[in-house]
Write a protein that binds this ligand. Structure first.
Ligand SMILES: NC(=O)c1ccc[n+]([C@@H]2O[C@H](COP(=O)([O-])OP(=O)(O)OC[C@H]3O[C@@H](n4cnc5c(N)ncnc54)[C@H](OP(=O)(O)O)[C@@H]3O)[C@@H](O)[C@H]2O)c1
Length: 439
């Protein structure tokens, strides 16, 4: 039998502790599957005294992740610390430079330094695997990187943040406000004490930037993603969406257009009868659309210790099964030096349907004025309805909902800007883009 594959695990939190427990509990089955034992020989975390439910026999403890990366007797460095900079970045760089294989679940690190780290891994002929970095337990990286090679992708999109999906699902089901659902998500441990990274869409953007590179062969460009979070979504929007046959989801979308690649993260209306509309709670989903395959939708657990550890484990067993030193698969789907510069499509040229909710003072001519502003910008309306529980009466605010046919973002912004200038709006208009699955 081949020698054991020696693993060093940096970070023993939710994911790291689950991973070490699974590696220890399933050691025999993994040896059979991989043809060699997989052994954890080194670990690091901040607190050496914490009981993490793992057996420490034969495992060296390191106080510093970089020192473990540089000195420990290991073949694979598993980074489960988190963060784009600091200990995670320094130790992954040190491990690759030393010539170790690296496995990480760290989307923040990859979205910031992925291309650079891929170049080091490729130069050293080592693997840098990161299945858990996007959509947790869903094997979307392997699918894009290996299974669908040769496909030309037209669009990829998905629900990639369980916290946001949980909040939107609860708002719709319970009729609760955004703030109440956020509190509930925090109480249940689905949302961080500081949830801004999730609810403002940054977490989805990191994941989307990685998928964009794999699908379209361009450099990672997380800072060029159009970003809108879910904090402005009200229960009125959710009810109006349902009445019109839609559900609101926070989607990350990357799409090939004539002017470049659109990358956008925003609340999105999806048809109620689509499969992605049925993806509830903390579950994730990723749809891949390509010329040869058509559409593939993958749904599953996007987070949690065991689900994420399952993806990390898959990455480790891939290394255990591979030829010694072989660099089987380019880290980012093609050799890093062959990635093309990211050609950004401007958001202004995005084309699609729009939901627009306006609260107006009820006075003569408002409907006609709105319709005129839309027509002036060549926006064709699928519907325009008064959507208020109270009957119209002079002086009483009324809600008007417009749904457009496919139109340009720039036209919608100009028309809404003109409507704002008319003086009859109460509060800010709500604009939500509509996304339709293929077929
Ligand atoms: N949790 C999920 O569901 C999930 C899903 C997908 C991806 N991920 C990714 O997986 C990674 C780990 O997430 P997690 O939820 O497991 O995080 P976590 O529970 O916060 O654990 C982080 C671990 O890193 C250790 N650590 C932090 N700074 C360190 C330092 N300077 N030196 C040594 N150790 C340090 C901590 O040590 P102490 O325990 O001693 O404090 C802790 O064990 C992140 O990149 C995250 O984005 C997580």
């Amino acid at each position: 039998m081949a020698d054991a594959l020696k693993i060093g695990v940096a970070g023993l939190g939710t994911v790291g502790a689950s991973l070490v427990r699974i590696l220890q509990q399933r050691a025999n089955a993994l040896t059979v599957a991989c043809g060699r034992p997989i052994r954890v020989t080194a670990v690091t975390a901040r607190d050496a005294t914490k009981d993490r439910g793992i057996l420490m026999d034969g495992i060296a403890w390191y106080a510093d992740p970089s020192e473990m990366a540089e000195k420990a007797d290991i073949d694979v460095f598993v980074e489960l610390i988190g963060g784009a900079e600091g200990a995670a970045e320094r130790s992954v760089r040190a491990a690759l430079t030393r010539g170790l294989h690296v496995v990480t679940a760290n989307k923040a690190l990859l979205s910031r330094h992925g291309v650079e780290l891929a170049k080091i891994a490729e130069q050293k002929s080592r693997l840098l695997n990161y299945e858990a970095a996007v959509a947790g337990g869903i094997p979307v990286i392997k699918t894009l990187r290996e299974s669908l090679t040769g496909n030309n992708f037209t669009r990829i999109y998905g629900i990639m943040n369980g916290t946001c999906n949980y909040i939107l699902t609860r708002m719709e089901r319970e009729g609760l406000s955004f703030a109440d659902c956020l509190k509930e998500a925090q109480r249940l441990g689905y949302a961080e004490a500081d949830p801004s990274f999730d609810i403002e869409g940054n977490d989805t953007a990191h994941k989307l930037s990685i998928l964009t590179t794999l699908a379209f062969g361009c450099e990672i460009s997380a800072d060029k993603i159009y970003l809108e979070g879910i904090t402005n979504i009200s229960i009125e929007d959710i009810h109006a969406a349902a009445d019109l046959g839609y559900r609101i989801k926070l989607l990350g979308v990357a799409q090939k257009t004539e002017s470049g690649i659109e990358q956008r993260v925003h609340p999105t209306m999806v048809p109620l009868d689509s499969v992605i509309a049925q993806v509830d709670g903390v579950t994730n989903a990723v749809a891949l659309e390509s010329d040869i395959l058509g559409e593939l939708l993958m749904v599953g657990p996007g987070a949690g210790g065991n689900a994420t550890a399952s993806a990390v484990l898959g990455d480790i067993t891939d290394i255990a099964k591979s030829r010694p030193g072989a660099q089987d698969v380019p880290v980012l789907g093609r050799p890093a030096h062959l990635l093309e510069p990211y050609r950004q499509a401007e958001m202004q040229s995005h084309e699609g349907g729009y939901f627009i909710r306006l609260t107006v003072q009820d006075r003569t001519g408002v409907f006609a004025s709105i319709a005129t502003r839309m027509a002036e910008n060549a926006i064709s309306l699928e519907s325009i309805v008064q959507h208020s529980k109270e009957p119209a009466a002079p002086g009483r605010p009324q809600t008007i909902i417009l749904v457009t046919h496919a139109t340009m973002e720039s036209a919608v912004r100009t028309a809404v800007g003109a409507i704002k200038g008319e003086g009859y709006l109460i509060g800010e208009p709500q604009v939500i883009r509509i996304e339709r699955p293929k077929g």
